[in-house]
Structure formats: C-alpha cells, structure tokens
Ligand binder design. Sequence first.
Ligand code: 2IT
Length: 449
Amino acid sequence: MNAYVKRVIESVKLKHGREPEFVQTIEEVLTSLSPVIDAHPEYEKVDLLSRMVEPERMFTFRVVWCDDYGRYHTNLGYRCQFNGAIGPYKGGLRFQANVDPGIIKFLAFEQTFKNALTGMPMGGGKGGSDFDPTGKSDAEILRFCQSFMTALYRYIGPDIDVPAGDMGVSGREIGYLFGQYRRLKGNYENGVLTGKGMSYGGSYTRPEATGFGAVYYLNEVLKHEGESIEGKTIAASGFGNVCWGICMKAAELGAKVVTLSGPDGYVYDPEGVCTKEKIDFLPTMINSRRNRVKDYADKFGCEFYPNEKPWGRKVDIVMPSAMQNDVLIDSAKRIVKNNIKYYIEVANMPTTNDALAYLMEQPGMIVAPSKAVNAGGVTVSAFEMSQNSERLTWTFEEVDQKLKDVMALIHQNSVDAAAEYGLGYNLVAGANIASFKKVADAMMSQGPF
Ligand code: 2IT
C-alpha cells in the first residue's frame, strides 16, 4: 500500500477510534486509492487526503418534542456537511435509535463520493437523529419533525445544503420538515429538500429511484457478463423504500426477489415479491411503523425465520439493501459456498471490510459497491433540484430514462477508472477512483484547502 495512504489511515484510526463505521469506510476507500496516489504525487504534496477525510463542518443540536401523553423527550440531531467542493452539500436524514456521530460521518463521507460519481453538481452531507420512529403516532412524528427543522433551518438552503430522506425519513416526514421550513423562512424555497410530494415540487420516480437505479446498475453488470436478468432470483434484505423499488423493477423485468428481512428475521417467498398486492404491501408495512417483516409472512403464508438473515439462501444474485454491516464474514462464506456470482451492495456499506475483501478475492465473483449501485436515489434528487429551479415538472418517462442513462454512465465510468489503473473489472475500486478524482480535482482547483 502507498505509504502516504497508510499514514492517513493510521491517523484516522487514532483520531476517530470511537467512530468505528467512519474508520471502516475510510479504510476501505483509501486503500483502493493507493494506485492513484502512487501515480499522482501532487496530492501528497499538499496533503490532500488529510483534508478529504475531515468534514468541512459537523454539528449537533438538541431536538425537544412532546409525546401524545404530554411527556417531553430530548433527542440529538446531527448534520455533517462533509465536502462542498463540487456543489451544495447534499444527502439524507436518518431517524433511527442507533444514530451517532460515527454513523452520520461515515454516511456523509460515502455520500460525497457517491454524489461525485453521479456526475451531478452536488457536494456530500448527511444528518439525522437518534429519534426512534418505531411505534410513534403521526402527531408525534409531526412534532418531532417540526422541532428538528426549527433547529436546522438556519444552516440549510437550496444553494447551501439540501437534505432528503434516509432510513426513518420518507415522503411524510419530508412534508412535515418542508412545511416547518417554509413557515420559518416565509419564503417558498422548495429546492431546500428533495423527496417531496408531487403537489409541492417533488419529482416523478424519486420514491422508486434508489431501487430502480440499483436494478438498472445490476442490468449493466449482467450485460457485461453476457447474461440477462430474466428468470434470475434475488435475495434482498430490508423491506423499506429501497427494497420496494427493487422488487417492483425486478418483477417488471422478469426476475424475482425471494427474501425480505427486518429486525425480527427474514421471510422466504419462493414465488417472489412479484404481484402488485405483495409489492404494495411493503409501503403498508413501512407506514405501520411496526418495523416487522413477519407481517409479510403472516399475510402471504410464507416461511419466516426469526432472528436470521437471508444470506444462506441459494439464489442467483444477492442484494443487501437494509443497512450497514448486514453481511459479516460468516454470511460472506455462506454466499461463496452457494456459488453465487453476483454480490450487489445496495444499502450504504452493507458489508464489513473483511467480508468485502473475502468476497472480492473469490475468482469469478462480481462485487458491486453501494456508492455506485444506490446512487440512483440521489441522482433523482439532483433532477428534483433542477426541476425546482426551472419551475417545471419532467414526466415519469423522462426522469426514468435519464436515471437509466446515469446508472449506465456510473457503471461505465467505474469500469474505465479501474481499467486505467490496470485493475480489470473491479467495480469497487473503479467507483472509488472515479469519484475521488472528481472531488480531488475540484479541491485542488479551488486552492487545496
Ligand atoms: O443514501 C442516500 O443516497 C440517500 N439517502 C439519498 C440522498 C439524497 O439526497 O437523495
């Protein structure tokens, strides 16, 4: 490994030992940049990497809200404005009990690279709260969102920082957040958030975009291998918005998603999550805020495996689409034992570094990284921002076609970047290199600080 890269990784480990997810992503990304740093001593000359691994700023704020019984609760809110070299900070908000500074920071770092990869002018950011939406009423969610935005609104804006949804934040929450922003600012700036409803500046396909984009990317991979998606079986995890989009697009193209998972376990549906009734049941489960996938098994009479993950299933394609560190080394070994050729990450950092390295060293195995595969979500967010500033609405077909084009370009740019460094068809390194170069060039051009 390049000695400078090694030094920066060591320093991040020392400084951020209490933020394991952040250290994990830095180690993964920087390691694959080694050949680029070898070839470009100008980056070390100005110590660019040390700057690239620190957010421009990150802040914490308190969010106080009142539950339906009149009791007060204090949660922590975060926003990390990681890198603004190529555009306004852009990235989602995550409401989940386990949210902490390390999780927000890893997501913001990944977002910076992902956004660069889309080719759209967006910097990277991420935010959220340790607020747990499970079991909360609509009124409680509303009060929480209003309080959250009251603390955040001064620090965001269409040309400053543009949040969106992530886990625990979807159309309903974005609506409440936008309503509060508008009230506080007295100004109609709908470009301040993406993932909005269609009646106030949303974009067609934004809810489906991450899942659709993931399947479009998968299609590019299959094309590269001379295969077709038709008839393929997919093991996915999660049952959220992303998984829903995957099920829908896979079904449309003749493939089937046969597993879903939740914090309670996983379901196996050999018929596939293919009918409209089954696909429509996913948003119902999300909106119930029960956070249980067993509801699907009960409704459609399929097998439920409590407290297990779906990675032991024999399928054609694995798509972890739930959360970080969902696939550990044991699961990776099971996937390899089952002779599965396609490992397509969808959720942000779903694989631990040792599991990822193990999968990548298997001959014949193809690993696609989440920052490329799930970039369709933020791509359509960029389209939403464009439509808001042009004050018009593109049709569903227009957005969908543009999304397809961007996913193909992301795949091709990753292929080219890896080839340039003699790495072969290495989509993981290719994505890291292509996005690094874009952000690095912008930082260097602006005076490398
Ligand atoms: O991880 C992600 O890319 C998102 N949660 C979406 C970000 C966005 O700004 O649309």
